[in-house]
Design a protein. Structure first.
Length: 330
């Protein structure tokens, strides 16, 4: 069975965009691949974050993943910071990365373009750590959003570079970009991705939002003045976003939804999307509260850490031997 790996930062509350763009696909992937998912909390500290908030976000993230339907019997869920091999391999790959490669990475480039102050060295070098996260487990596939594809490309470049210099060491991973719902946009600015860092709270639906609040956000979503229900992301991005959300939650093709709403208004569509979101969040949050109360999170992470840790230990030991960093036979 081919192996797939993904990670997510606990830097904010998960959004509906995270669910549709990534988590929903994992429910299918866990049946078809050997799936490894890690909480990328070492990446979370590239910018200042309150320790209590980071800890709570991490617990919420794990509980929500499980509430969404991830099966710990099929998916290895683990915590990045519990396995020191990640930062060890991250440093090794940093030493094999070029300045130009890291300067082209989106987060660093964007912050420099905005002339933000206080940019950390960690924000500059974190793509090498991300490459280590991927290459550590010889992942065949990495599911990513369109804006994260460049990080997998860097991991591929580093794997090929390392393999060329030191012999077969890493599997060269392939990125997988989901075709439907890969990018859910802000409800208030549909030209921008729905984000955990959204400045306007009305633009984002958090998975832990009160369902009634989420319903209101859908009803106030920005559309357009054309008055025609059709799927046209370029000219009607707000409407296309609502259609994508409804299609993703109902598993009804967008074309079918469009046909059903011929002759109807935007308000009718918004009501159906709002109800779908309300029902989805109500069911999800009930499962989330059950998982939090059960105390299963520690058990799940411990089991995942043990499985991932064995692989990580062997991989780093192999890489250190190839580099000449180990002088004792093991």
């Amino acid at each position: 069975m081919k192996r797939m790996l993904s990670g997510i930062k606990p830097t904010g509350r998960l959004t509906l965009g995270n669910y549709i763009g990534a988590i929903r696909q994992f429910l299918e992937y866990q049946n078809d691949y050997e799936l490894f998912i890690f909480i990328a909390n070492m990446h979370a500290i590239t910018v200042p974050i309150d320790p209590k908030e980071l800890k709570q976000n991490t617990k919420d993230l794990i509980a929500l993943y499980m509430a969404c339907g991830l099966d710990s019997e099929k998916t290895t869920l683990f915590l990045q910071s519990d396995l020191p091999q990640h930062t060890e391999l991250g440093w090794i790959l940093t030493c094999h990365s070029y300045m130009g490669e890291l300067q082209r990475m989106t987060q660093y480039k964007d912050k420099c373009a905005k002339q933000e102050s206080g940019i950390t060295a960690g924000l500059f070098t974190y793509p090498a750590l991300m490459a280590a996260d991927i290459l550590m487990y010889d992942a065949d596939y990495v599911p990513v959003g369109v804006d994260q594809k460049q990080h997998v490309e860097l991991a591929r470049n580093l794997a090929e570079r390392f393999n060329h210099r030191y012999g077969d060491s890493f599997v060269v991973p392939e990125p997988i970009v989901p075709k439907v719902g890969a990018k859910i946009m802000s409800l208030q600015n549909p030209t921008k991705k729905m984000s955990k860092s959204e400045e306007n709270p009305k633009g984002t639906i958090d998975l832990l939002d009160e369902p009634s609040v989420a319903r209101k956000k859908i009803m106030s979503a920005v559309t357009d003045s054309l008055g025609i229900i059709q799927y046209d992301p370029e000219n009607q991005p707000g409407l296309a976003n609502l259609l994508t959300i409804l299609s993703s939650l109902s598993n009804e093709p967008i074309d079918s939804i469009v046909n059903r709403f011929q002759g109807k208004g935007y308000g009718d569509l918004k009501k159906e999307v709002a109800e779908a979101v309300y029902n989805f969040l109500s069911e999800l949050q009930a499962k989330y509260r059950e998982i939090i109360a059960s105390g299963k999170i520690d058990e799940i992470i411990q089991a995942g850490n043990e499985k991932a840790g064995k692989i990580a230990y062997k991989k780093v030991a192999k890489i250190k031997r190839k580099l000449g960093l180990s002088i004792q036979k093991r």
